[in-house]
Design a protein around this ligand. Structure first.
Ligand code: CP
Length: 315
């Protein structure tokens, strides 16, 4: 594997999940694979889980790891071509990414959307420039439109905890005070549409995701209808795709509570984290027996390790 930016880069998602679960049983079996290989993790935005789990995964494989918070510690990057750089930017992404590729065998990049220009965000302008100029394999640590390491960890979690062969999985919109990217729900939808699950998306009117990511999903504006009989509930806020990046209303009634869980099949509750308590998800859910959010975050290690292992094998 030379690129991990979406589910479309994976030849067989079931095999990748199996590989991740095998690594979970025996994390240090491939220590020689990463010997004398270096992973560079480049962050243009904050992170806790992605940063630590991917580092841990690389260490388990015997790799060396470098982390650069380029937004705070690097030179201000110019992304546009053909401009006279007489403003605030100091280094062009062409040189910056090219140089990083000299120091690392694999590069991970996190680059959130600006949420102002949909065309620019959905073209994955920044992520794709890193891929084009660094000349080494690249793994997405969350891009403008997708978060594939999160989605793989989510699928691993569902595979581990499911009690029926084809569980009902519901992605439900949740309230928030800030406009958030569509990357996590886009990505989750894209992976669930390829997985062997019965997949439903519930959202208030106006929060429809880009249809490219939801082909095959059941889509409803009725949260109760969606939650009925659910085995897994994936809670997440996202801003509108149209008008792009907007919050359309408070919709506080969409926050998941124990009362709402009563109509589910004792559903396990998932969230990618970080989560705002009592806004997106209630204390009673997060502190209750149905929440699997910390277990899910733990699986980020095995998702990253499975992907890095495939990349190392292709070097
Ligand atoms: N879920 C997730 O990606 O968490 P971080 O933003 O903390 O990495």
């Amino acid at each position: 594997m030379k690129l991990f930016s979406s589910v479309n880069d994976v030849a067989d998602i079931n095999a990748l999940v199996k590989e991740a679960l095998k690594l979970k049983q025996n994390p240090y079996a491939n220590q020689d694979l990463g010997k004398n290989k270096t992973l560079a993790l480049i962050f243009l935005n904050p992170s806790l889980r992605t940063r630590m789990s991917t580092q841990k995964a690389a260490l388990n494989l015997g790799m060396n790891v470098m982390v650069l918070n380029i937004d705070k510690e690097g030179w201000a990057l110019e992304l546009r071509d053909g401009v006279i750089m007489d403003g605030s930017t100091v280094e062009h992404i062409r040189e910056a990414a090219g140089v990083m590729g000299q120091y690392a065998d694999i590069i991970g990049v996190r680059s959130f959307p600006g949420l102002r220009n949909r065309e620019e965000d959905y073209s994955e302008m920044i992520f794709n420039k890193f891929v084009a100029f660094c000349k080494v394999p690249v793994v997405s640590l969350e891009s403008a439109t997708r978060h594939p390491l999160q989605s793989l960890a989510d699928l691993i979690t569902i595979e581990e905890l499911k009690t029926t062969a084809r569980p009902k999985v519901v992605l439900t919109w949740a309230p928030h005070i800030k406009p958030l990217p569509q990357a996590v729900p886009n990505s989750f939808a894209e992976w669930m549409c390829k997985a062997d699950v019965d997949f439903t998306i519930a959202q208030p009117k106006g929060y429809e995701l880009c249809a490219d990511f939801t082909q095959g999903a059941n889509i409803t504006y009725d949260q109760d209808e969606a939650l009925t009989g659910a085995d897994f509930i994936y809670v997440k806020n996202w801003s509108a795709y149209e008008p792009y990046g907007n919050i359309l209303g408070k919709n506080e009634e969409w926050m998941l509570t124990n009362e709402k869980l009563k109509i589910t099949n004792d559903a396990k509750v998932m969230h990618c984290l970080p989560v705002r308590r009592n806004l997106e998800l209630s204390d009673e859910i997060l502190d209750g027996p149905n929440s699997v959010v910390v277990h899910e975050a733990g699986n980020r290690v095995w998702a990253a390790q499975a992907v890095l292992k495939q990349m190392l094998e292709s070097l």
